[in-house]
Design a protein around this ligand. Structure first.
Ligand code: ATP
Ligand code: MG
Length: 564
């Protein structure tokens, strides 16, 4: 990649749009850009998706096959009266039908809303109700256990398609697909037509329904190239589930528009399996998350055994702050660093990243993408004002106007409007910008700790504790303190082979004090077997805090079962 500054100078979203087809009248459709465009250019035989079943068996789908299968699915939707704007939900594990349904839904001009298959009935109901679900594609088992009891409360849901069964009130998809034509003319959607509905992770509160339009594909495509270094023909593995925005923007759309071969693994995280996939499939670009990286680190170097990864060119991470320790570990083990990048469900695509061509500063999220203006702001009475002093802590903000920016929170207009001030979109995250223009994550604004007049970001404290050999995972919160206002408390999960003890506690306190100084270091450390996390793997500090203070736990629909 060329020099960062020259790319930024010469960049415009209008030019980026020329990299995709669009329709002659100015409209566009994500599925056309992801699949049909490559067929027209003669790449139908390339493998689009290599699916690894839980059993380990692999099935390949070429771009041509994905086109035909998604055409059939689009025809099935139309045959069920699901036309432009209808909301089609999926509740599936990472199986091929999920990817086919996503593309077919977009081709039909309907809105795709993927739900994470491990959600319980109530989170499913609230998300389907908010979005006004008209159709659902799922499995017989999930339908029986989670949906049947909800159906009375979902009056707009008229079509349920099962990938493996038929039951009362639902139809088996396979015969419908077989009957349907494998030809379909992609709906001529307008760039501003709604394409995707995503729910946020619920880390800070009740998940919000975020609306994205077809125009977003311009950003998916471009950021896939720039921030993930995707090149046509690459083998690429995004480990995120499409139930979260990463698994759609960078687990379906960006890889396909960039004509790569996507690896999709049906199984859950497993250290040996992951190293096997990276090596055997000769993955070139790997996009994963801090929680997975920490688990690999915890398993130690022996777990890599004799695996080698000569094909691996680029590794990236998103979703949570990536501790410098993890970047350094990547360098040790893979001979290359993890490239952290930052974005949100709301931004639809990567906004700040460590690019292939830019030196990685471990612990930093990197620099804004070309076409993205980011700043650190303070929101006062007159609205948001930029803080230009290097390393000033403030809210991370972006100048609106990139293609994948959300078009709204569904049914929450006031909340959406509150995200904007002084010409900025306010992210709700706190960060700093250094002299070289790199951004450093400090914490969510709700997680900032105010202790004896100091502002302490949990990330800095957590990263310091992560440096210690014994620490596998850590979460830091502020708890009320009579003299200091708040005091720093750390929850630590240990690596295998380490025992919680008073001596280890003192050692960790001492390590943090030495590195951070007494004002910032935690005053208290407690050991936990696990930390509460969202199903997408983010540590839920608000839950630790609520439990600490004996307050209600709030919305825990995305909580993965945890152990206190
Ligand atoms: P909710 O908005 O429902 O509380 P959430 O913010 O976790 O949930 P997402 O949109 O999935 O939902 O996550 C975006 C957030 O994840 C960012 O605002 C930021 O706090 C965090 N995040 C993402 N990438 C990074 C990163 N590279 N470094 C630090 N934090 C990150
Ligand atoms: Mg958020």
């Amino acid at each position: 990649m060329q020099d960062y500054d020259s790319i930024c100078e010469n960049f415009s979203w209008a030019e980026a749009r020329k990299l995709i087809d669009g329709f002659p009248d100015g409209g566009l459709n994500i599925a056309h850009e992801a699949i049909e465009r490559h067929l027209l250019a003669g790449h139908g035989d390339q493998i689009a998706l290599r699916w690894i079943a839980k059993s380990g068996d692999c099935t390949d789908f070429s771009y041509q096959q994905m086109s035909e299968l998604s055409n059939r699915f689009a025809n099935v939707l139309h045959a069920h009266g699901l036309e432009k704007g209808a909301r089609v939900y999926s509740l599936l594990g990472r199986v091929p039908d999920l990817y086919i349904a996503a593309l077919g839904t977009l081709k039909a001009g309907c809105v795709f809303c993927p739900l994470f298959s491990a959600f319980g009935p109530e989170p499913i109901h609230s998300r389907m109700e908010i979005g006004g679900a008209n159709a659902l594609i799922t499995t017989g088992r999930l339908y029986k256990h989670k949906i049947i009891a909800l159906r009375d409360r979902l009056p707009e849901l008229h079509t349920v398609l099962l990938i493996d069964d038929d039951m009362e009130g639902a139809e088996r998809l396979l015969p419908l697909m077989e009957k349907a034509s494998d030809r379909f003319e992609v709906a001529r959607t307008d760039a501003e037509d709604t394409a995707l509905l995503h729910f946020t992770s619920g880390t800070t509160g009740k998940p919000k329904g975020v609306v994205h339009v077809h125009e977003a594909v311009v950003a998916h495509h471009m950021t896939g190239r720039i921030a993930l270094d995707l090149k046509p023909g690459d083998t690429y593995w995004c480990t995120a589930d499409p139930g979260w925005v990463t698994g759609t923007s960078y687990g379906i759309i960006a890889p396909l528009t960039n004509r790569v071969t996507m690896i999709v693994d049906e199984a859950e995280f497993d250290v040996a399996r992951w190293y096997d996939i990276l090596a055997k499939e000769r993955v070139n670009v790997w996009y994963t998350a801090p929680t997975a990286i920490r688990m690999l680190m915890k398993a130690g170097r022996d777990a890599i055994a004799d695996h080698e990864f000569p094909a691996l060119r680029f590794m990236a991470s998103v979703g949570e702050p990536l501790n410098p320790e993890a970047v350094i570990w990547g360098n040790d083990v893979f001979g290359k660093p993890f490239h952290d990048n930052w974005w949100q469900t709301e931004t639809g695509g990567i906004m700040i990243a460590n690019f292939a061509s830019v030196t990685v500063k471990p612990g930093s999220m990197g620099k804004p993408l070309p076409g993205i203006a980011a700043g650190i702001v303070e929101v006062g009475e007159g609205g948001a004002k930029e803080l230009t002093k290097p390393m000033a802590i403030g809210e991370l903000a972006l100048r609106p106007g990139w293609p994948s920016m959300m078009r709204g929170y569904l049914h929450e207009e006031a909340r959406y409007r509150k995200c904007f001030s002084g010409g900025w979109y306010l992210s709700g995250d706190l960060a700093m910008r250094d002299d070289d223009g790199y951004f450093w994550f400090v914490g969510r604004s709700d997680d900032l700790i105010k202790s004896s007049g100091h502002l302490i970001g949990p990330f800095e404290v957590e990263s310091t504790l992560m440096e210690h050999d014994a620490v596998a995972e850590v979460a830091v919160i502020g708890v009320p303190d009579e003299t200091a206002g708040e005091r720093v408390k750390a929850y630590v999960a240990l690596k295998p082979g380490f025992e919680a003890s008073d001596a280890l506690q003192l050692e960790l306190l001492g390590h943090a004090r030495k590195k951070l100084g007494p004002a910032v270091a935690p005053k208290e450390i407690v050991f936990r077997t696990n930390l509460p996390k969202t199903r997408s793997g983010k540590i839920m500090r608000r839950l630790l805090k609520a439990r600490e203070l004996g307050l209600p736990e709030g919305d825990i629909s995305t909580l993965e079962s945890d152990e206190r």
